[in-house]
Design a protein around this ligand. Structure first.
Ligand code: HPA
Length: 254
């Protein structure tokens, strides 16, 4: 069987279910791919899945690499380089995040309209790859047409979606109340520990990107609420069917 996917999807938190819907699939364990890092976090398994979803050839990454695990930025973004080499044109990503916008509720889906990069190391630091310019423009890092399409799909299906700016931080601590407050005042609507490095590299490679974040906990000013990894996973699992519905339809229309 041959496959020529132009669509890739990072099955982050809340999208695991989508893996079970991929047909005609064949899988490569990360540990069998030269130079591929191996994922270690609870709840993340590591393999590349090739197959069909919504009638499309797709490539899915099950299990991603987080900077807080100790990987270098080159490791974290290596799979995006592989996607580029394989001819991927559009990337879908998901993640979990802490909501700072007072309009948000736990379990909300936030379409990522932009990001603020707070990682301590830039993924494009070092010799420039010829996939893009040395100093990339970042005005439309999250593709506007894809955002519009997601809004339409959400409206058709009666799914509540919020829009917002995702602040990418290294973790692994969740934020202190003062940090949530700061990130909110700086223009962030949600904060999380992934996505930004991969999206920057995808953008540099000319790959169109669309991302949704599940608001799994809230860091609202002056109402501190404790958060745990388990709570994040429960909230993400609950929101999973709606996230999956939107992403499945986005891929079908891609
Ligand atoms: N902060 C950072 N990362 C997260 C959070 C949070 O509140 N929730 C889920 N991932």
């Amino acid at each position: 069987m041959t496959t020529k996917p132009e669509t890739a999807i990072i099955l982050g938190t809340g999208l695991g279910q989508l893996a079970t819907e991929i047909t005609d699939s064949y899988e490569f364990s990360y540990s069998d791919i030269p130079n591929f890092p191996v994922s270690t976090v609870e709840g993340h398994s590591g393999k590349l899945i090739f197959g069909k979803l919504g009638g499309k050839d797709i490539m899915a990454m099950q299990g991603r690499f987080h900077y807080y695990e100790g990987y270098s930025m080159k490791d974290v973004t290596f799979p995006i380089r592989v996607m580029y080499e394989l001819g991927i044109k559009t990337l879908f990503v998901s993640n979990a995040s802490g909501g700072m916008n007072p309009e948000f509720k736990i379990g909300d889906l936030m379409i990522i309209t932009d990001h603020i990069n707070f990682f301590p190391e830039h993924p494009l630091r070092g010799k420039n790859f010829p996939t893009g310019p040395r100093f990339p423009d970042m005005h439309e890092t999250y593709d506007h047409a894809l955002i519009k399409e997601a809004d339409q799909i959400a409206e058709e299906k009666g799914i509540r979606v919020m829009h917002g700016v995702y602040v990418g931080v290294q973790g692994p601590t969740f934020e202190t109340p003062a940090e949530y407050k700061m990130y909110h005042r700086l223009g962030g609507d949600a904060v999380g520990m992934s996505t930004v490095p991969e999206v920057i590299v995808a953008h540099h490679c000319g790959i169109r990107t669309f991302g949704i974040s599940i608001i799994t906990d809230l860091g609202l000013e002056d109402t501190p609420v404790e958060v745990s990894h388990e709570e994040v996973q429960v909230a993400a699992n609950n929101a999973q069917p709606l996230m999956t519905e939107i992403m499945r339809e986005m891929i079908r229309r891609a």
